[in-house]
Design a protein around this ligand. Structure first.
Ligand code: ADP
Length: 667
């Protein structure tokens, strides 16, 4: 007998499990359950009732063999302390056993209803959730008054438990379904591309099992081109080594792996921030990989562009030699652009100098002006522009323009933020200074030139005048010849001066042309020129020592060569204090070296470089006449010959001018 019951129960449990696994609805399961209990004891009628949300009434009734009117009445009855078997059991949470309905106080209000339904006994067991909350009742009715045996009590307890378990199972299943639904909603509506990969062939094959809509949108691939395909069939070949390595890492570590992938896809070249998560089976073996990719193509592009503009700005600031700065009052922080460090020649890794410490950058006068301008701008909320002179250091003179403005004020009018620029204007300033110096030199030159031209002109006029006078009267030929000679001399002097001036304008305009001839004999040229000077040298009480190596010939321009020599010898004469003059010419390798030495006034060291410049003189115009052009012309000619000219001189001791000329001048 016992065995039969067990077999029946086994069968019943199997049946319920089958129903559950088949996803049968609750109705079917409860009906089956009731039928099982009723079949076990044909004189019983079973019911399962569930309370409403407020726990006041029954709202769901499963009782296929109770009369309809009875079932329909049940939901309208309140539960309570004496509300029949079920109403009382639900209310008290305790089992209620009514052996004889007609004579039981709990049933007083429902006696007639029970009678009409032909019900005589009713045992009711509350169905409770895990937390003890009453969910409903499981009840057994009899048509005869009847008291339960111990076994009956066990049965209704088990039945109520079973119902609670089934309910819990349904609740769990619903929660799981909801979670799954939510997941799939996330998967489907995500703007990030997501995909699921199955790992096959012991990790050798990765196959796409599912992709979301975003995957299609981002990649431009179709579902058909992806699903059930291996990664090699779907992804660009350039991505495969990276993807394989990352998937393998996720599989072997069992952890999430992040990486960046740049892939040429049908939708264009995309940059993805990718995360792959290994999914394990119940044995802990990774069987799938879930991938999610954030499309950062646009962000990357913006990032790149931002970086590019930053680089452009740095470059632009560098080209303009203009740095920018910002000052935040709240935090008292200063920011300098890279160019400020460049301009000020400071270590770019060092912190910006606080304003007060910037005093060491500029001359005192400049710093005072800057301080006053900044203070004024701070007080008025305005702006400033100040020219500054850098404190002299190894870099030489420096000039800057500092500009600044208050960008933001608090409601009290105090500046919150200041910004500005610092520009290096040294070059411009130097040019301006040079220009000023050049203008001064020009004015000076005009004065000197006027004087220089006037002197021989006056003498010439006088000479001509006396010639005319002489011609009118009686004058012997010799005297006349000497006057004519004098006039000619002044004419020559004028011509020389004017030639020099013309040279300046034409050479200055870059027009000096060399007329090179082969075999120009420098040695004999020099001999001839020095001969011409013999008289003048003697007149000056000086002497000339010549040391000329014969036959130094080369490819030169004779006229220009003569100019070089003439200028140097006439200077030696002019500034030689009547002391002996030496002229040397020798060959040195492929060069001819000319030296003109005097023992005259000499040139101070600081002036030695300058005298080769146009209009530059180291003597006052009153003590020595001259235009300051001779040495400049010498230098221009020598340079055109690809040669060099330099001076060694000691003040009051004398000067040696040296010229080195390649024998084969490449004019
Ligand atoms: P100028 O002689 O017409 O002034 P130069 O260009 O020939 O012009 O010379 C420039 C300056 O160089 C001269 O004014 C003079 O101060 C200096 N100088 C040139 N030659 C000598 C020299 N031999 N000794 C001393 N000073 C010289």
């Amino acid at each position: 007998m016992e065995k039969t019951v067990d077999t029946q129960q086994d069968h019943f449990v199997n049946l319920i499990l089958k129903l559950l696994s088949n996803d049968e609805p609750l109705d079917t399961i409860f009906k089956t359950l009731i039928e099982f209990f009723e079949e076990q004891n044909p004189s019983t009628i079973c019911s399962i009732l569930f309370l409403d949300k407020n726990k006041k009434r029954f709202e769901k009734v499963y009782a296929p063999h109770l009369p309809d009117f009875y079932n329909q009445a049940l939901p309208h009855l309140d539960i309570g302390e004496s509300a029949g078997s079920c109403g009382t059991a639900a209310y008290t949470g305790k089992r209620v056993v009514v052996v004889d309905i007609q004579n039981d106080p709990l049933w007083v209000p429902y006696r007639d209803m029970a009678k009409a339904a032909n019900l005589a006994a009713c045992w009711s067991q509350p169905i409770k959730a895990q937390n003890g909350e009453v969910l409903g009742t499981f009840a057994i009715y009899y048509v005869e008054p009847r008291a339960p045996l111990e076994r009956d009590i066990k049965t209704i307890e088990q039945a109520a438990n079973l119902v609670a378990i089934i309910l819990k199972y349904f609740e769990n299943r619903k929660a799981a379904e909801q979670a799954k639904e939510r997941l799939s909603l996330i998967y489907e509506s995500s703007i990030d591309a997501m995909w699921l990969i199955a790992i096959e062939d012991e990790g050798k094959t990765y196959r796409f099992k599912s992709i979301n809509d975003a995957f299609i949108a981002v990649t431009g691939l179709t579902r058909a081109a992806v699903l059930e395909k291996t990664i090699e069939e779907v992804l660009p070949p350039t991505s495969i080594p990276l993807v394989r390595a990352k998937y393998a890492e996720a599989v072997s570590t069992g952890h999430v792996v992040d990486y960046l992938e740049v892939a040429p896809l049908p939708s264009g070249v995309k940059v993805g921030q990718i995360r792959v998560k290994p999914i394990k089976d119940e044995n802990g073996v990774v069987i799938k990989i879930l991938g999610i990719a954030e499309d950062i193509t646009e962000r990357k592009r913006i990032d790149d562009r931002l970086k590019e503009s930053e680089a452009d700005l740095i470059y632009a600031q560098h080209v303009a030699q203009l740095g920018s700065w910002k000052w935040e009052a709240k935090t008292d922080t200063v920011h300098w652009s890279q160019e400020i460090y460049n301009i000020l020649n400071l270590d770019p890794k060092s912190a910006p100098l606080p304003f007060v410490e910037q005093s060491k950058l500029y001359t005192e006068e400049s710093w005072n002006r800057l301080k006053a301008a900044v203070e004024h701008a701070m007080a008025t909320g305005g702006s400033y522009e100040v020219d500054l002179e850098g404190r002299l250091n190894a870099q030489g003179p420096r000039w800057y323009v500092a500009r600044g403005a208050v960008l933001e004020k608090d409601p009290q009018g105090h500046p919150i933020r200041l910004a500005g620029t610092l520009q290096n204007i040294t070059e411009r300033k130097l040019l301006e200074n040079n220009l000023k110096a050049a203008l001064n030199a020009r004015d000076e030159f005009i004065a000197v030139a006027t004087h220089e031209l006037k002197t021989p002109l006056t003498t010439l006029q006088l000479a001509l005048y006396s010639i005319v006078k002489g011609l009118e009267g009686t004058i012997d030929k010799e005297k006349l010849a000497s006057r004519v000679e004098k006039a000619k001399l002044q004419g020559d002097r004028l011509e020389a001066l004017i030639k020099n001036l013309l040279d300046v304008t034409s050479i200055g305009a870059g027009k000096m042309r060399l007329e090179l001839k082969p075999d120009v004999n420098f040695s004999s040229l020099l001999q001839n020129i020095t001969k011409k000077y013999e008289d003048d040298i003697a007149k000056a009480g000086s002497s000339l020592l010549k040391n000329i190596e014969p036959n130094i010939t080369g490819l030169w321009d004779e006229f220009r060569l003569e100019q070089v020599v003439t200028n140097l010898i006439s200077n030696a004469l002019k500034y030689g204090n009547g002391k002996p003059i030496e002229v040397h010419l020798r060959r040195s390798g492929q060069n001819a070296i000319l030296e003109v030495r005097d023992q005259g006034i000499g040139i101070s060291e600081d002036k030695q470089k300058k005298i080769f410049e146009r209009f530059e003189r180291a003597v006052s115009e009153t003590s020595y006449s001259g235009l300051g052009l001779g040495l400049w012309i010498v230098k221009e000619i020598v340079t055109a010959f690809n040669g060099k000219v330099w001076v060694k001189s000691t003040l009051n001791k004398g000067s040696t001018f040296s010229v080195e000329l390649p024998i084969k001048a490449q004019g």
